[in-house]
Design a protein around this ligand. Structure first.
Ligand code: KG4
Ligand code: ZN
Length: 359
């Protein structure tokens, strides 16, 4: 780490985590998170209004904690990065308003960034610069995308496939609720599946085969699990094999994601895959993808699980990457874009991670 590298503070408020990260160049100095998850548990999902209010309360103390963890003062910062989309509108507004206030008060450049691009960029903190042409599998509670990434800073990326219905994490959360495991479901299913048999129940793998392209669909799988549970409950004397169901469901999700990813590496001759998003913390996904890719000479990079779920470090990492590449900062009159993707709808162009509409 060199003191001449820029010191970036990143703010993430797109969903239920208030994340503040501080990086110097590609060195992580602080990653501080306040979560409103406990406030959503009784609803079995994130309630946007509750999440927005929690961000308002948590943001200033989380910034203060991150500065203290990083042992830097606010006056040392060289730039502010913030998630401007995709995400929950009210939640994004809290983070973007705070980031603008800091940028204005401190006279610093603002980088309003794409949450999905940040999930990719965070890997640079642990594994160095991104390979020039790679695939990114982004799987989280709100999105499931397979992307071909040329140059993140130049907005050179292309969406190969996405989900036609539920996001991968959403499927984990819904199935966990069905099995009475709690919320958020991903880590609970992951833990429960460790004692189950992944081949106990053959759940469907939808849209498998090159003729379907790279899109995925998880709603049929979710329904198949619900039907299986319904039928099993007709004989209530036998306890529900929750671990086997969790393991078999998880195996189906992982099979689908691994098949798409490896097929894309073959089609495009790509040898590097970056895994990102909350579901990238899944132990089976990491293990199976790494093992099967390895056999084909494909390298898989995945941030440590704590950096896969939403956090401020990923936003700071992308801001730092953009700044180091000389990308112009975002105008202070920028807005948020709750449904931002990684492509500009309609014309097939890529949307750079820092290009936002003015309001
Ligand atoms: O990236 P993230 O923190 O937030 C969004 O941008 O959505 O992802 C949260 C999602 C939740 O659906 C959660 O259940 C899932 O990631 N998740 C997991 C695991 N850890 C978190 N899913 C499967 N296995 C895990 N270990
Ligand atoms: Zn996310």
């Amino acid at each position: 780490m060199s003191a001449s590298e820029p010191l970036l503070l990143g703010i993430e408020t797109s969903c239920d985590e208030t994340g503040v990260g501080i990086v110097r160049g590609r060195t992580l100095l602080a990653d501080t998170t306040a979560s409103s998850v406990p406030e959503h548990v009784r609803y079995g999902g994130v309630v946007p209004e509750i999440a927005s209010r929690a961000h308002v309360e948590a943001l200033a103390p989380t910034v203060a904690r991150a500065l203290s963890d990083a042992k830097v003062s606010i006056g040392d910062l060289d730039g502010i990065a913030v998630t401007a989309g995709p995400g929950l509108a009210g939640c994004l507004v809290v983070g973007v308003a705070a980031a603008k206030a800091m940028a204005l008060a401190l006279g610093l450049p603002l980088y309003a960034v794409n949450h999905l691009a940040a999930h990719i960029a965070v890997d640079t903190l642990e594994h160095g610069p991104l390979p020039r042409d790679c695939l990114a599998l982004l799987v989280s509670g709100g999105h499931t995308s397979l992307l071909r990434v040329g140059d993140l800073a130049a907005g050179d990326y292309q969406t190969l496939g996405t989900t036609l219905d539920d996001a991968a994490g959403e499927a984990f959360d819904k199935v966990a609720r069905l099995l009475g495991l709690g919320f958020p479901g991903g880590p609970l299913i992951d833990a429960c599946a460790r004692t189950g048999d992944p081949s106990a129940i053959r759940f469907p793998r939808a849209l498998r085969g090159a003729e379907y392209g790279y899109d995925v669909s998880f709603s049929g799988l979710k329904t198949a699990v619900a039907r299986w549970v319904e039928v099993a409950q007709v004989t209530p004397a036998t306890p529900l094999p929750v671990a086997d169901i969790a393991a078999s469901f998880q195996a189906a999700v992982v099979d689908v994601l691994v098949e798409r990813t490896l097929r894309a590496t073959r089609e495009f001759g790509i040898t590097d895959v970056i895994l990102g998003g909350g579901v990238a913390a899944n132990s089976r996904l990491r293990a199976v993808l790494t093992e099967q890719a390895g056999r084909r000479g494909v390298r898989v990079r995945a941030p440590r699980p704590a950096l896969c779920t939403d956090n401020g470090a990923m936003v700071a990492a992308l801001g730092s990457h953009l700044m180091s590449r000389g990308v112009p900062p975002t105008p202070l009159a920028c807005g948020v874009d709750p449904s931002a993707g990684m492509s500009v709808p309609g014309d097939g162009r890529s949307a750079a991670p820092h290009r936002w509409h003015s309001v």
